[in-house]
Write a protein of this length. Structure first.
Length: 417
């Protein structure tokens, strides 16, 4: 599977670029300048080769290639870089770009065409249509990674060249634009085609996005996903520990401010239940400081994130994403799920709901296409590891609440997936 340094279009802050690492080789699909600034923060200790697949020569795709070559030569002690053009015509253009414009010496890199690649991960370059000035010079790629057929469109105005390469089990990374143009794929128009692909068992990830929030609204309730971003930021190390008695006042204070009144169970009840075998009340530590908590309810192979909060002053620092990654390892082999407020354009906190859902989808959760009623509030379920059946959910809730309390509350899945 591919990871992304950015998934934005030309006018976004972070331009589209994907990568993977295999057999000590870092392989980039395009390298815009914004992506280079992230790639140089990777740990190159175990990297022995850099290969850069170019889809076309627009600046938001190839503008950082020269910098990567120079960085590999001067900073990474002459780490070999191979630049791969999809065709001979593009190779000639790249030669001019890299030697005459970027000023890279020919000895600093190798420039080849895709038909000279002999790698088990490479299948072929796929010609496509994009802008008229680059007719015949725009390509996508067919790759083979982790036993999966990977199709990557690059920039394209049509899906047609890629459809013959898609089969059940394929992973399809396609550009998608919210705004209409004749050089990109207009998502409102191609949405039925993409949904039809998902029904055939093809995973579809959207990239080269011009308006993520509007695109997220368009794909709400579908199996379409945004391309997964990789976090390059220098992270504060995050760990999970059992809730200490000394941390409970901090957890209570955060709990009272982080959740709406109609979504909070009485905190004394949560404390009383924390000692149950199927409850995990976990503190989140970022470095040495207490950063937040998880309240997790388990039953058989299910783990339900009842509550998750990070201190306001520590948000937007990657701590929440790291905490979720740690929790996924903590719950490895189990179905992990949570409930969020559903997207509704008529509510006052709509943008907040969109951002929250975006956060969880970015961190590996998927829509379960189920809704749950808890007291008077309706939520949407997101999960990792598989569907949550209504009867499984009911058993979990009953196990947590006990028979008497269970009879007096409303907590149930409302619909079938």
């Amino acid at each position: 599977m591919l990871l992304f340094a950015g998934r934005g279009s030309a006018f976004a802050d972070e331009h589209n670029s994907a990568f993977f690492i295999k057999n000590q080789e870092l392989v980039l699909l395009d390298c815009p300048a914004s992506a280079f600034q992230k790639y140089k923060t990777l740990d190159f200790k175990h990297i022995r080769q850099i290969s850069i697949l170019i889809t076309h020569t627009h600046g938001d795709h190839a503008g950082g290639v020269g910098s990567m070559i120079q960085y590999a030569w001067f900073v990474l002690n002459k780490l070999p870089v191979t630049v791969i053009a999809p065709s001979e015509r593009v190779r000639k253009d790249l030669h001019v770009l890299l030697t005459r414009i970027e000023g890279c010496d020919k000895s600093w890199f190798t420039l080849i065409t895709a038909d000279h690649i002999q790698k088990d991960w490479f299948i072929k370059a796929i010609p496509t249509e994009h802008v008229k000035p680059l007719d015949g010079k725009c390509f996508g790629y067919s790759l083979h990674l982790d036993g999966r057929n990977i199709i990557y469109t690059g920039d394209t105005a049509t899906l047609q060249p890629f459809l013959p390469y898609l089969e059940k089990g394929s992973v399809f990374y396609t550009e998608a634009s919210y705004y209409r143009s004749d050089v990109h794929l207009h998502l409102p128009e191609i949405l039925p085609d993409l949904l039809a692909l998902t029904e055939k068992g093809i995973q579809v990830h959207l990239m080269h996005l011009d308006n993520e929030k509007e695109i997220l609204k368009l794909i709400h309730g579908t199996k379409l996903r945004l391309a997964p971003l990789y976090s390059f930021r220098k992270q504060i190390p995050v760990r999970l520990v059992r809730m200490k008695k000394s941390d409970i006042p901090k957890a209570k204070s955060l709990y009272e401010t982080a959740f709406p009144e109609d979504e909070k169970a009485p905190f004394p009840l949560l404390l009383a239940k924390q000692h149950l075998a199927d409850v995990d009340f976990l503190s989140i530590y970022a470095g040495k400081q207490w950063a937040g908590f998880f309240y997790l309810v388990n039953h058989q192979n299910l783990s339900y994130i009842f509550y998750f909060a990070v201190r306001p002053e520590l948000r937007e620092k990657g701590i929440g994403s790291q905490a979720l990654q740690r929790l996924q390892k903590f719950c490895q082999g189990r179905k992990l799920f949570l409930a969020i407020e559903p997207l509704d354009e008529h509510v006052t906190n709509y943008e907040e709901r969109v951002s929250r859902k975006h956060f969880y989808l970015k961190n590996g959760f998927q829509e379960l296409h189920r809704h749950v009623q808890e007291a008077d509030v309706i939520y949407e379920l997101l999960g990792i590891g598989g569907d949550v059946l209504p009867e499984e959910y009911q058993k979990l809730i009953r196990s947590f609440t006990g028979k008497i309390l269970y009879r007096s509350i409303t907590m149930k899945i409302l619909d079938e997936s």
